[in-house]
Design a binder for this molecule. Sequence first.
Ligand code: NAP
Length: 306
Amino acid sequence: MKAFVPTADPAEPVVLADVAEPVPRPDEALVKVEAFSVNRGETFRLERPTPGDRPGKDIAGLVVQPAADGSGPTGITRVVGHPMAGGWAEYVAVPTGALAELPDSVSVLHGAALPLAGLTALRLLRAAGPVLGRRVLLTGASGGVGHFVTELATAAGAEVTAVTRNAERGARLAALGAAEIVHDVTDARGPYDIVLESTGGRALSDALARLAGRGTLIWFGQAGRVPATLDFFDFFNGPESAVIRHFHYLDADTRLGDDLATLVRLTAEGRLHPEIGRVADWAGTATALTDLRDRRIRGKAVLTLS
Ligand SMILES: NC(=O)c1ccc[n+]([C@@H]2O[C@H](COP(=O)([O-])OP(=O)(O)OC[C@H]3O[C@@H](n4cnc5c(N)ncnc54)[C@H](OP(=O)(O)O)[C@@H]3O)[C@@H](O)[C@H]2O)c1
C-alpha cells in the first residue's frame, strides 16, 4: 500500500512510498483511511526522523477489519481515530480504545480534524478547571487547538481573549465566541484568571505578567521554538503565588476513545465547529506540512484520499 514516509528534507518533509500493509494486534481495528489531518507537533518530529518512522495520528475512514478481540466496532463502520503513528496511509491499525464512531451527520473532513487538536483542547480545559465567569488568555489562538479551545471555553462560560498574529488569522474566533482578539500578548488587558500558553519565548513571560495573583498558567507548547526566561521578582508585580502547570494531552485519566466520542457528539449537535483552513488531496501533504510550519494555515489542514 501507499503511505507517507519522512525524508528529513525541510522543503519536502514527506514522500509517498510503497510500504507493507499494517498487521493489526488483537485490540486493533484495520481502518481504510479517507482523510487525515496534520499537526504542528508532527512537523517538529519530521525534522529529525528515525528509521522506520511512519507519521500520522489523526484519521477518519472505514473500519474494514474489526479487532480480533471483539472490542470496538463489529462491522464496517465510519470512524475517527487517533493511532500513535502510521495514519498518513491508505490503511492504518488503530487501537479500539482510540476510536469513535462517526454518525452520518459528521463529515469525514470534520472527523479527521478532531483528534489531536480537539483532544488537546478538551483536556486542557479540564486541566484548567471551572471556567464559568473566568477571564482566559489564549495564545496561538489561530491554530488547530486554538479554535477548539475558544469555542469550548466560551460555551463553558469563559471570557476569552485570543492572541493571533493579525486580524485575518483571528477571523473566525469572534464568531466562535472570543470576547476580544489582540495581535500581541502585550495588547491584552489583564489580569486573567487563566492563561493558556503555547508559543514560548517572550509570549510566556508577557502572558504571565497579565495573570492574576494565585491564577494558573498552563504551558502546553512552544510553537516559536524559543525557550522562555522568567524572573522570580516579576511575580510580585501581579501574579503572586501563581501556578505554572505543564500539560501533555496524553497524561489524562480518561480514555482517548471516550473523549473522541465527546468531540464527535458536540460536532454532531452543532456545538463544535472544526475550523479547517486547508483541504487538499493527499498529494498535497508535503505542502500542507510546510505551510503549517510556516504559519500559512489557519485552523486545521485536512488531506483526503481519493
Ligand atoms: N502539550 C500538548 O499535549 C500539546 C498537544 C497538541 C499541541 N500542542 C502544542 O500546542 C500548540 C498549538 O498546536 P496546533 O496544532 O494548534 O498548532 P498550529 O495549528 O500550528 O497553531 C499554532 C499557532 O501558534 C502561533 N504562533 C505564535 N508564534 C509562533 C511562532 N513563532 N511560530 C509558529 N507559530 C506561532 C501561530 O499563530 P499566529 O500565526 O496567528 O501567531 C499558530 O497558528 C503547538 O505549540 C503544539 O506543539 C501541545
